[in-house]
Design a protein around this ligand. Structure first.
Ligand SMILES: [Zn+2]
Length: 447
């Protein structure tokens, strides 16, 4: 996502503060394969009525299941049409199994719940005082509105069945499968994304959208979902988005999803890289047709490759998402606008880094207390400077060859710094121990 350094940092922290110890203990016990989320959202209440069916593979023998689920009220948990006992508290839903589930078997658990999500899913009014509902999951607020293993290491595909009053449109990750009229002037939108994505990127948006469609040179559909009041200006403000996709396909690899939507939303971030459906802040200047936001647009689009298709195995490796998106922003403008703009952007990273000397933690840092601490000038700006240093050390040819190889090898899976380093070393034939160690394990810029 795109944060604004440094002034908004303090304002943002309370909103995005998320406890690293929130995770349940199922991370290495099950592997979620698919979420099927049924949601009913109305414009007269901030409560949702919902159910989620989770398809998972047991990694060990299991007597109980634990999922992250914040403040909602659970009414039923069921496996093979058999209701199960459960407990729900402190953000964890514990389901007691009647029979042991043996390892390597695949199962579906059905969980029904309702209530008002306190975080993660905003239901209210947009800046024009019209009804709007938008998810804002980062970092672990997906579990504010659906039970999940709410950690980037467990990626899954997801289907959405979202019922709303007929006058609104719904946007979710992936493809719109169908739009079904249901009783009482309501409509059910069915979306599906077949690629596994992290929970922090699984989203729903509901509003009276104006929808505009364009496509990239290679034919990837690009949609703009904007408030009707801003739709004409948005086409101007985002007019380089399709070309950004084209550029990243050239230097990284094929776009990882079937379509891209750019959505005006009430996200707390400047932009949030939800897979195939990027949410931009409703007040973003792109929606008024300005150009000054195009670096944020490039940043979020680059995240579709780094963060979404290749996802860090742990939050402590977040530079593999944010550092890459930050550097690949500069690369787009280097290729399209020239060296001078590239230098300007890289210098702005350096200056922002130097102005924020209060960050004493390195790029790779496991001892954080809150995930939001990891959004800092080390993991964004310094990580981008590191990638540039790496490119200069091994040369453009090997750098970009490494990027392509890294992407194709780990497409739709999780990555670690070691995975990346191993590929760069094999392509360049160089031992990069000391370069990686100096830049990633110590705060501050190496001499
Ligand atoms: Zn980002």
């Amino acid at each position: 996502m795109k944060k604004i350094f440094p002034l908004l940092l303090l304002i943002y922290l309370p909103i995005i503060a998320a406890d690293k110890f929130d995770y349940n203990l199922m991370q290495n016990k099950i592997d979620v394969l698919h979420y099927s989320i049924q949601l009913k959202i109305s414009d007269t209440s901030s409560e949702i009525s919902a159910s989620t069916e989770i398809t998972f593979k047991a990694v060990t023998d299991l007597r109980e299941l634990k999922f992250n689920l914040k403040d909602l009220q659970v009414s039923m948990c069921m496996i093979n049409n058999q209701q199960l006992l459960f407990e729900h508290g402190n953000g964890i839903l514990t389901i007691h199994l009647q029979e042991i589930i043996t390892k390597y078997t695949i199962h579906k658990i059905f969980i029904e719940y309702n209530g008002e999500p306190k975080t993660g899913l905003f239901i209210g009014k947009n800046k024009y005082k019209n009804f709007a509902a938008f998810s804002d999951n980062w970092a672990n607020y997906a579990s504010s509105w659906f039970p999940s293993i709410d950690h980037p290491s467990d990626k899954a595909s997801v289907s959405f069945f979202v019922t709303v009053p007929k006058k609104y449109e719904v946007i979710c990750n992936g493809d719109l499968v169908e739009r079904i009229l249901v009783e009482n002037e309501k409509v059910k939108y069915v979306y599906n994304i077949k690629e596994p994505i992290p929970t922090y990127c699984m989203v729903v948006g509901v509003c009276d959208f104006a929808i505009t469609k364009t496509k990239t040179k290679s034919g990837i559909p690009v949609y703009y979902y904007t408030y009707p009041e801003d739709s004409l200006n948005a086409v101007k403000g985002f007019n380089r988005a399709a070309d950004m996709l084209t550029f990243y396909e050239e230097i990284i690899g094929t776009f990882p999803f079937s379509r891209l939507s750019i959505v005006q939303s009430s996200t707390a971030f400047g932009g949030m890289e939800n897979s195939s459906v990027i949410f931009f802040a409703e007040k973003s200047s792109s929606f008024t047709g300005e150009k000054d936001n195009e670096e944020t647009v490039a940043h979020e689009i680059a995240h579709q490759w780094f963060g979404d298709a290749l996802t860090m195995s742990d939050w402590s490796e977040i530079w593999l998402s944010e550092g890459f998106a930050t550097y690949f922003t500069a690369l787009y403008f280097e290729a399209r606008d020239g060296k001078e703009r590239f230098e300007r952007i890289m210098n702005s990273y350096k200056n922002t880094y130097r102005q924020n000397t209060n960050w004493k933690t390195p790029i790779l840092y496991k001892d954080y207390k809150r995930i939001s601490e990891l959004l800092n000038v080390e993991t964004y700006q310094k990580a981008a400077l590191f990638l540039h240093e790496l490119r200069q050390k091994i040369g453009d040819k090997d750098f970009f060859k490494s990027i392509k190889k890294y992407y194709s090898k780990y497409l739709h899976s999780n990555v670690t710094t070691k995975d990346f380093k191993k590929i760069v070393e094999s392509v360049s034939g160089k031992n990069l121990d000391s370069l990686f160690a100096h830049w990633l394990y110590f705060p501050g810029l190496p001499n």
